[in-house]
Structures are given as C-alpha cells and as structure tokens.
Design a binder for this molecule. Structure first.
Ligand code: NDP
Length: 465
C-alpha cells in the first residue's frame, strides 16, 4: 500500500482532480470502469506518472491505498454512485472513507449518510469545472467533521486559494450539507449568468451594440465592483470570432440553454423550505423557456418583434443595475442557506460559505470578500441590511428600476432582474398586501386572521359569522 488516497472515475473531473492531487505530492491510486482509460490516463500524466498507481480492479485499488483508506468517487450522480458504493463495500473496513465528489442531490447524500454503510462516508461538492479541478477548485464538504479533518490536508492542498491565502475548501456541516451548499452555489451561478445575459440583451437589442463593443463593456466592468469570473468570461465570449463565418461567435450560437438540473434542485428545495429565491427561480424558468424555440418564434410571428430600441440608457446604468441584482440574488441565496441550516439542523457557517466561494468556483467574485465580512458580523441578518450592502443598494437600485422599467416598456424580457427588484420592494415594505389574502382565505375557507390591534376577533363580518 503506497498510495495516500484513491480515486474512482477518470472522466473530465476525476482525471483533473487526480492530477491535481498527484501534483501536490500525494501518491494516488486510480481505477476506472473502462480499464483502458486508466492506463491512458497514467501514460499521459507525464512527470506526475510516478505518483499515479493505475489499478485494474477495485480489489487492487483498495490494496494500493494505505489504511485507513480514503477513496474519492467522481462518477455521474445517482445510480452510478450507489453502484460504486455497493461494489466497494466488500473490500472496505469501518475506518475506511468514501468521498462522493460528484454533483449528488443532497437528499441522496442524506440518505446514504443515514444508510449505515459499512465504511465512513463524506458528500463533497466540487466547483470550478475541469480547469478548477486541475488547478484549484472550491470544495464544500459534508459529513462527520472528524472524517473531513482526516482528508482536509489533501483537500486544502488541492483547493483554490483566496487572495488572503485561505484555501477554498471547508467543512460545511453534517451529511448532505456540502452537496446542499454546492446546489445553492449552482443556483446562484444560474442567476448570475441569467442577469448577465439579460444585460447583454439590452446592449444587443436595446442599444444595438455589436458584439465587440459588448466585449469592451464587460471588460470595463471587470475592473470594478462586478469583477468576477463570469463577467470576465462573458467579455471573452463576446470578443470571440467564429472560425467558420468570421463573424462574432455569439451570433451563431443557438439561443437555447442546457442544464443538468442543479439549479432546478435549488428552486424546488427553496419551495419546500418556504424561502424566497425569485432571482434563481427566474433563471431556471428562463432556461426552460429558452428551450421552447418554436413556441417563441410563433409568439414573435403573432405579436411582432419583441425588443425595441431603448433611449437614454447608459452602460453605467446597466452596470449599477447588475450590481443591485447581484446583491439581491446573493441575499436570497444566503437566506435560503440560513433556512436550510435551521430546517436540517446543520448550523451552517454563513461566512465560511462565502469564503469558500471566493476563489476556484464559477461564481467567484470580488464582492464575495465583502459578503463574507458582512456575514461574519451578523450571519442572521438579511444581507441587504448589512450596512455596506444597504448603502450600495441605495445607490444602485434606482438604476435597476430604470432598467426594469425600460425592459417593460420596450419588450425586453428581464425575468431575473425584475424578480430581484420585486423582491427588494417586497422586503422593504413593512405593511404589505397579504391582509387582502388573509381576508380572502377567511371569506372562502374560514381560515381566520390576526388583527393589527391584537383583539381576538379572528373572522370577518362575511358569511354566516
Ligand atoms: P464524465 O462523463 O467526464 O466522466 C464520468 C466518469 O464516471 C467516467 O470515468 C466514467 O467511466 C465513470 N462512470 C460513468 N458511469 C459509471 C458507472 N455506472 N459506474 C462506474 N463508473 C461510471 O463526467 P464528469 O467528470 O464531467 O462528472 C463527474 C461528476 O462530477 C458528476 O457528478 C458531475 O455532475 C460532477 N461535476 C462535473 C463538473 C463539470 O464541469 N464537468 C463540475 C462539477 C461537478 P467510463 O470511462 O467507464 O465511462
């Protein structure tokens, strides 16, 4: 047994993660369902090959790892994970540890955690795509703290480092907590991407800007408050030229977005938890609607072209609107995490989550530094009430109003930005309109209500009384 750790599943993510682990000095044993992939992987590992032990069988893999063993699973979420767990069970002892590093639904991780497996088990969210896995992902661990601590030296070594040097790898909480936090990360990722796409739509259709100018706008924004991986790659994407047509790459890409479902899980879970995340929900809706191309074409044929030119809109206004939308979206995401922490008894550390997201992952951004600081100050407070963010919202919400209004008046669909604004206005209105809802419910269902004066008269003067 020479390997420090093992890994199963040498696909896109698994092979990148294995190379990262080997590079940081940890000998790693690897096994893949298709054996030739294992051998090709080692052959192509160049100077890292002497730290990689290719194994043809699970028995050989287990034998190659120093006990107590740790084995990372990087296979598709769902049945493949259950199958691999079952296949490993005969070879492992109670002190060995299996780490599911795929995008598992956290309910599955909770189930596996509670299933009384014959070995230790961690569920771990990994973000950053292939590039992140190879050179530094963000890692969100879930399970028993002691099991996390055992593998933390490897995981912190391979993780991305924030600007202050802190590794973006941390234990989030028990059982499915790591995969849950990863799911919310992906929900926020959907929302960030959607808001950028909506602003791109205004630049393209509302202002009639060509792609290369849009690239310049995004590049400028990446020097300011919006500095982030997603704004950076949006600039690169807008600047790219299609090798076939010679025109902008963006202009030849079909407007129908794919998804693997993690954003949808987040939206569905938010409904179960009763926690409002309208910006993320709007982003999931927008991806679903994007797939209905023929229906959208029929709509345009019937009602005429949607987007009209927008007058008097500056790129500064759009930048401010995006800043506001982003703060509102993250406030919702952290609100959902707080709700889950209570519902599942996890004691999630909100500031630690913001810190883990600062580097390596897709939603990494300059703003997450300030969010981590604000959440460390008061994790229970709605992020929109943290003094720094409240001040930023006061400054930027007027621009968000202007942009959402321009979208409404000119037929530009802005589902995520408008959802953010509507949520903001809901959350800053002390006397809302649910008194009407309560009256209606009492009228047709005798559900009763509470009175503002505290009197015990829970029904209205309608019906039989
Ligand atoms: P790939 O399709 O590239 O690789 C899948 C790997 O799993 C292959 O090694 C494959 O082996 C193996 N595999 C597939 N089915 C089974 C099975 N039934 N039993 C055993 N092994 C199996 O996937 P990715 O690397 O992209 O994704 C792996 C996991 O990581 C997923 O959960 C994904 O959601 C998650 N993830 C992916 C990210 C990405 O950017 N791609 C980012 C973050 C997480 P074989 O060679 O035999 O086919």
């Amino acid at each position: 047994a020479e390997a420090h750790i093992g890994l199963i599943g040498l696909g896109t993510m698994g092979s990148a993660l294995a190379l990262n682990i080997a590079e940081k000095g940890f000998p790693i044993a690897v096994w893949n369902r298709t054996t030739e992939v294992t051998h090709r992987f080692r052959a192509e590992a160049d100077e890292l090959a002497d730290r990689i032990l290719p194994c043809d069988t699970l028995a050989a893999l287990v034998a190659a790892i120093a006990p107590p063993r740790a084995i990372i699973l990087m296979v598709p979420a769902g049945q493949a994970v259950d199958d691999q767990i079952a296949a490993l069970a005969p070879f492992l002892g109670p002190d060995d540890l299996v780490i599911d590093a795929g995008n598992a639904n956290f309910h599955d991780t909770n189930r596996r955690d509670a299933a009384g497996l014959p070995f230790r088990f961690l569920g771990m969210g990994v973000s950053g795509g292939e590039e992140g896995a190879r050179h530094g992902p963000a890692i969100m661990g879930g399970g028993a703290r002691a099991d996390w601590d055992r593998v933390a030296p490897v995981l912190t070594a391979i993780a991305a480092k924030a600007e202050d040097g802190t590794p973006c790898a941390d234990w989030m909480g028990e059982a499915g907590a790591g995969h849950f936090v990863k799911a919310v990360h992906n929900g926020i990722e959907y929302a960030d991407m959607q808001m950028i796409a909506e602003v791109y739509g205004i630049l393209r259709d509302g202002l009639g800007m060509p792609a290369e100018d849009i690239a310049g706008v995004f590049r400028g924004w990446n020097e300011g408050v919006l500095k982030s991986y997603l704004i950076e790659i949006s600039g690169e994407v807008a600047a790219a030229v299609d090798p076939v047509s010679g025109g902008p790459m963006l202009d030849v890409i079909l407007d129908s977005a794919g998804q693997k479902g993690t954003g949808r899980w987040t939206a569905v879970e938010a409904q179960h938890l009763g926690t409002p995340i309208p910006v993320i929900e709007a982003a999931v809706m927008a991806r679903n609607a994007s797939a209905r191309r023929a229906e959208r074409a029929a709509g345009e044929a019937r009602f005429g072209p949607g987007p009209r030119r927008v007058e008097g809109m500056t790129t500064e206004t759009l930048e401010q609107a995006l800043i506001a939308g982003k703060i509102l979206c993250y406030a919702q995401g952290f609100g959902m995490i707080a709700a889950a922490s209570t519902a599942f008894g996890w004691s999630l550390d909100m500031a630690a989550i913001a810190r883990v997201w600062r580097a390596g992952c897709i939603i990494r951004s300059a703003m997450l530094n300030d969010m981590a600081a604000a959440l460390a100050e008061d994790p229970a407070r709605n992020l929109i009430l943290a003094p720094g963010f409240a001040a930023m919202l006061e400054e930027t919400v007027p621009a968000l109003r202007q942009v959402v209004a321009a979208g409404a008046l000119n037929g530009l669909a802005l589902p995520a930005l408008s959802a953010g604004l509507a949520w903001f206005d809901t959350m800053r209105t002390a006397r809302g309109t649910a008194n009407m809802i309560q009256a209606q419910r009492d009228f047709f269902g005798a559900h009763g209500f509470q009175r503002v004066d505290g009197l015990d008269r829970p029904h209205g003067p309608w019906g039989k009384a």
